[in-house]
Structure formats: structure tokens, C-alpha cells
Design a protein around this ligand. Structure first.
Ligand code: SAH
Length: 208
């Protein structure tokens, strides 16, 4: 039974231009309240970002839906996610794609996300602690890459790990950020600017 809050969220997503029925169905399958602190559960169906500890936030449902809609146009099978965070977006990706590889810098967030994904019986996710600037070389190439934190510039290693015909969606910039959709055609990359966004920064590790 769908709650009034959930109904309101779907209506908002549709009004904001999210029409991909597979993406909307996947969002409907994932209980967002399970991915935030109990004290914030009453706000879980609001179309806003919420704190998840360690100065990080669970992404706004609209942004998750927008980014995944951009990926699912190309029917990818193997997806790399950078910034597991709460695991909310990971759970949605797991409904839509065969295998999800997810990299998170902060171990406590990663362990918590893993517990939540297990509780929801999502077994097609492989995650590891690591620096997203490096991607996940041993599992590359990926049909799609989705980055949940804003990079100062597009990480070269992520471009290299994108399969031919693959698509990456990534917020780029510092004080002002743009969501970019980058598609690969052989050694050629095409960038499309989607919209202005606000993400937490993709922390600089040992850059590739
Ligand atoms: N989509 C997530 C958003 C999490 S916020 C959700 O819905 O919950 C962004 C996440 O990126 C944070 O968990 C942060 O720790 C992580 N992050 C930041 N820099 C990173 C890096 N260099 N490598 C991997 N993860 C990183």
C-alpha cells in the first residue's frame, strides 16, 4: 500500500520531468526511510537531501532519478557507482541493472550501507572501500558510471574505465557545479551539460 507521502513524491518527480517508468518503479521499490537515521524517518519521503553523518548526505530523490534516467537510456548491465553513502541510490541501481559495483571512501558508511542492502536482499551489489578517483580498475570496463559527489574535474581513470558506448553521469565543479553526461565512442568522449546541482565534494585521494 503506497502512503500519501510516497504518492506526493512520485507526483513531484513526474512534474519535474521524470517519466522513465522503470526508474519510477525502482524508486517505489526502495524504502528510503531505511537509509536514514530513525530520527529523520518522518522526512524520508521528502524530495530533499538529508544528513547521513560524517558531513555527508543522502541524495535528493529527484537527482537520483534524473541521473539514473540518463544512464538507463543506454540499457547498461554493469554499473560503477562512486560514493555509496547511505546505499539508497545503490539499492535503486540494483533493481535496474544486472550488477552494481560501488566504491565508498568512508568505511563506517560503507558497512552500514552493506547491512541495509543485505536486509533488502539485494545480492547483485559488490562494494569496496576505496578512492573513487581511481574507479575500480580490476572490474572495468563499465557500461555506466554514476558519481555521487562533485569532482573538481572529470577523473581520467573513470573515463578510461568506461566501455565503448558507455555513459557516465557526474557532477563537476566546486562552488558552482554542473551535472554532466559523458558518452564514449571509441577514444572520443561527448559531454552534455544537464543542469546546475549541489553535491558534497569528491574528496581528493591519490589522483589518477
Ligand atoms: N548517493 C549517495 C550519496 C552519498 S553523498 C546516497 O544516496 O546516500 C557522497 C558520498 O561520496 C559520501 O558517502 C562520501 O563519503 C563519498 N565520497 C566522497 N569522496 C569520495 C571518494 N574520493 N571516493 C569514494 N567515495 C567518496
Amino acid at each position: 500500500m503506497i502512503s500519501h507521502c510516497e504518492q506526493l513524491l512520485y507526483q513531484q518527480l513526474q512534474a519535474q520531468g521524470i517519466h522513465d517508468s522503470r526508474v519510477l518503479a525502482a524508486i517505489r521499490c526502495v524504502p528510503r526511510q531505511r537509509f536514514v537515521d530513525e530520527a529523520l524517518a518522518h522526512q524520508a519521503w521528502d524530495n530533499t537531501a538529508l544528513p547521513i553523518g560524517f558531513g555527508q548526505t543522502i541524495s535528493q530523490p529527484y537527482i537520483v532519478a534524473r541521473m539514473i534516467s540518463e544512464l538507463s537510456k543506454s540499457s547498461p548491465r554493469r554499473v560503477l557507482e562512486i560514493g555509496t553513502g547511505s546505499g539508497y541510490q545503490t539499492a535503486i541501481l540494483a533493481q535496474l541493472f544486472e550488477r552494481v559495483y560501488s566504491v565508498e571512501l568512508l568505511e563506517p558508511l560503507l558497512y552500514q550501507a552493506r547491512r541495509r542492502l543485505k536486509m533488502l536482499d539485494l545480492h547483485n551489489v559488490i562494494s569496496r572501500q576505496g578512492d573513487g578517483w581511481q574507479g575500480w580498475q580490476s572490474k572495468a570496463p563499465f557500461d555506466a558510471i554514476i558519481v555521487s559527489a562533485a569532482a573538481r574535474c572529470v577523473p581520467r581513470m573513470l573515463l578510461e574505465q568506461l566501455a565503448d558506448g558507455g555513459v557516465m553521469v557526474i557532477p563537476v565543479g566546486e562552488s558552482s557545479q554542473n551535472l554532466q553526461r559523458i558518452s564514449r565512442h571509441g577514444e572520443h568522449f561527448t559531454t552534455q551539460i544537464l543542469e546546475a546541482v549541489r553535491f558534497v565534494p569528491l574528496v581528493e585521494g591519490s589522483r589518477g
